[in-house]
Design a protein around this ligand. Structure first.
Ligand SMILES: Nc1ncnc2c1ncn2[C@@H]1O[C@H](COP(=O)(O)OP(=O)(O)OP(=O)(O)O)[C@@H](O)[C@H]1O
Ligand SMILES: Nc1nc2c(ncn2[C@@H]2O[C@H](COP(=O)(O)O)[C@@H](O)[C@H]2O)c(=O)[nH]1
Length: 204
């Protein structure tokens, strides 16, 4: 187990398929990542489970946690707070596990400020028409919310160049295998750097 885990951040516009791809990634063999469950003030959708999909909290509870410095990042997105509880991420990385966040773009940029060594992956749709058809097809949001999410999406897509990797979610399986390649290669990169330092230190 490495001394400290790596932090992977999957981000991208609403409806692109982040949740779907993340679930398929975690079901894929030998993945060994730990998922950081987010906190939100949004209403619990049918089928969503407390502590699995999200920690559902009131606005007052969420704001108290922000004031206590308990969030790694948070953002207001389409009228609700969403955020990453800090303690879980800190402890899990310190225990040597990789941690995986699935968050929107404002939050990802805040993580980048605090943890620049994180690995930032942007999931993109094949095109905006397909993106809208996925949000509509999911059937979880009213038309006004969908319009709002689509408006935010266009600004989010413009932020793609701030990420380390972009992965097109045209097919779920191919997006998953690209993300697996990214995870593996990031581990090799770190191992190579550490290996060469160990050699240098021996020579000293
Ligand atoms: N590659 C794909 N091809 C076709 N449909 C897809 C693909 N990936 C995801 N979907 C569908 O798109 C819809 C939106 O997916 P999902 O809820 O995972 O998006 P999301 O990015 O997590 O959204 P949000 O950010 O709003 O939580 C779902 O109905 C899902 O089944
Ligand atoms: N900044 C954060 N964004 C998050 C977090 N958890 C989820 N999200 C993103 O919010 C939107 C909306 O989610 P939905 O479940 O209401 O569809 C989506 O882009 C999520 O990825 C978080 O901890 N921080």
């Amino acid at each position: 187990m490495p001394e400290k885990g790596l932090l992977f951040i999957l981000s991208g516009p609403s409806g692109v398929g982040k949740g779907t791809v993340r679930k398929a990634l975690f079901e894929s063999e030998g993945i060994g990542l730990k998922y950081s469950v987010s906190m939100t003030t949004r209403h619990q959708r049918k089928g969503e489970v407390e502590g699995v999909d999200y920690f559902f909290r009131t606005k007052e509870e969420f704001e108290a946690l922000i004031a206590q410095g308990k969030m790694l990042e948070y953002a207001e997105y389409v009228g609700n707070y969403y955020g990453t509880p800090l303690d879980y991420v800190k402890k899990t990385l310190a225990d040597g596990y990789d941690v995986f966040l699935e968050i929107e773009v404002q939050g990802a940029m805040k993580v980048k400020e605090k943890v620049p060594e994180g690995i930032f992956i942007f999931l993109t749709p094949p095109d905006l028409k397909e993106l809208k058809s996925r949000i509509v097809g999911r059937g979880t949001d009213d038309l006004s919310v969908i319009e709002e999410r689509m408006k935010v999406s266009q600004q989010e897509i413009e932020m793609m160049s701030h990420y380390d990797y972009a992965v097109v979610n045209d097919q779920i399986d191919s997006a998953v295998s690209k993300i697996r390649c990214i995870i593996e290669s990031e581990h090799c990169r770190i191992a190579n750097v550490l290996g060469s330092y160990e050699e240098m230190i021996k020579e000293w």
